[in-house]
Design a protein around this ligand. Structure first.
Ligand code: ARG
Length: 458
């Protein structure tokens, strides 16, 4: 008779067994399950629930299981075990006999799975954060190497005002740094120990939950035993942080797709990150960026799954919660891979500096400069705006650009317009004038790079 079937007649139905098994997804947190048990052994020993020699035997057995998992000498079998908790315990009993049957004192699979997932997620969140820091560093390096390049800043995907490429990239960099703050916030709430909650009500045995938390390096406990086994908001929060991060990445990805078109042609992705077509021999497709954009949708779906899974679920543990694992694992993997791919694409791509500046020639991105020049000569901004709008219209009708207004020709439209527009129509000068805090001038770009570098891990 299988374990946990004592009060039933016969075995569980085969389909039920398959649907019920969480083992395939649990395997990713097998080492966490063992680590949780090692801490639990210490707690039981400290409470006098295990003799020292029994605790030693259990520790050795668990250590052996750790090695077996690592080298593949033992593989939990989904045909036999419902989940990783049952599998590890059964293996321990096989290895050490009777003391193994004492391990489940004062705990439940409910606090076990809650602990395992938190340990697993804590590790993954740290990896994702490191990957995010890696992308941030790559973007900051780009700002330093290519950031003085001029480009049109867009609104509505229409040219607005000239900016430095560094200024544009920093907008992405700041978003990434907030993503890292969100990951850190999520980690803080993930990083609390539920072990010792038992099934939902605590335990009559004199266990020291603080000891478990200390041994597992959790800086805090989940205080309430029922909350400890039923809460999943920390998963949702971690997933939300990843989803928002992916939303930011997808915007960056979209720009890479756009900027690689023949029409815009501002960047060239490396060969390593471009793919060909099965029919059109000339193609050079930005699939890496497109996949990041696509994976964002997949991650949003996983967040949605985690929210809906818990919606309306009564306290405390319900088996539905087992369904958390796959979306959670998938979304962390996709987020991690996307960050690393994006980092590699930024490190390897070529910025076509000449093209950036060429895009600014012959357009009206400097119209605001003329309006601001009028303001400096005492004209109310609204009037200046109207005057320059008429100038733009006239230039357009002549089939030319703002240079038509130079050498005093513009004063017809507004007497306060300087007759020499040289400085005003120079995009480099326009950018250099934008010295307000967070503006696009180079010293402000440099200042922000410095601020963001301070947030990077050493
Ligand atoms: N495999 C279960 C899960 O992943 C472990 C907890 C089982 N608890 C229970 N009461 N059936 O959620």
């Amino acid at each position: 008779m299988s374990r946990l079937r004592g009060r039933f007649e016969g075995e569980v139905d085969e389909l039920m067994r398959r649907v019920s098994s969480s083992l395939p997804a649990d395997l990713d947190m097998a080492e966490d399950d063992v680590e949780g048990s090692v801490a639990h052994v210490a707690v039981l020993a400290a409470a006098g629930l295990l003799a020292e020699h029994e605790a030693d035997v259990l520790r050795e057995g668990l250590q052996r299981i750790r090695t077996e998992l690592a080298d593949g000498a033992w593989k939990p079998d989904p045909a036999i075990h419902e989940d990783i908790h049952m599998a590890v315990e059964a293996r321990l009993v096989e290895l050490v006999g009777e003391p193994g049957r004492r391990l489940h004192t004062a705990r439940s699979r409910n606090d076990q799975v809650a602990t395992d997932v938190r340990l697993w997620l804590r590790r993954r969140l740290r990896e994702v954060d490191l990957a995010a820091a890696g992308l941030l560093a790559a973007v900051l390096d780009r700002v330093e190497s290519d950031g003085r390049t001029l480009m049109p800043g867009y609104t509505h995907l229409q040219r607005g005002q000239p900016v430095l490429l560094g200024h544009h990239l920093l907008a992405h960099a700041w978003a990434l740094s907030r993503d890292r703050e969100r990951l850190a916030g999520a980690l803080e709430r993930v990083n609390r120990c539920p072990l010792g909650a038992g099934a939902l009500a605590g335990t009559p045995h004199p266990i020291d939950r603080q000891l478990a938390a200390d041994l597992l390096a959790f800086p805090a406990l989940v205080e309430n035993a029922m909350d400890a086994v039923s809460a999943r908001d920390h998963l949702q929060e971690a997933a939300a942080a990843c989803a928002i991060l992916m939303a930011n990445l997808s915007r960056m990805a979209e720009e890479l797709v756009l900027w690689s078109t023949a029409e815009i042609d501002l960047v060239r992705l490396s060969d390593r990150h471009s793919t060909g077509s099965s029919i059109m021999p000339q193609k050079r497709n930005p699939d890496g960026a497109e996949l990041v954009r696509g994976k964002a949708g997949r991650v949003f779906g996983a967040l949605q799954a985690l929210l809906v899974l818990v919606k309306g679920l009564p306290l405390a543990y319900n088996r539905d919660l087992q369904e958390e694992r796959e979306p959670l694992q998938d979304l962390l993997r996709q987020t991690f891979d996307s960050l690393r791919l994006m980092t590699a694409m930024w490190r390897d791509l070529e910025v076509r500096r000449d093209r950036f500046e060429a895009t600014l020639r012959g357009d009206f991105a400097l119209a605001t400069e003329l309006a601001d020049a009028l303001v400096r000569r005492g004209v109310p901004f609204r009037d200046a705006h109207e005057g320059v709008a008429r100038m733009v219209r006239w230039c357009e009708e002549q089939g030319g650009d703002l240079t038509l207004l130079d050498h005093g020709r513009g004063t017809v439209f507004h007497p306060s317009l300087p007759s020499d527009l040289g400085e005003l129509l120079d995009p480099h000068a326009a950018v250099a004038r934008r010295t307000s805090r967070g503006g696009t001038c180079w010293p402000e770009v440099e200042r922000q790079v410095e601020l963001l570098r301070q947030t990077l891990p050493a």
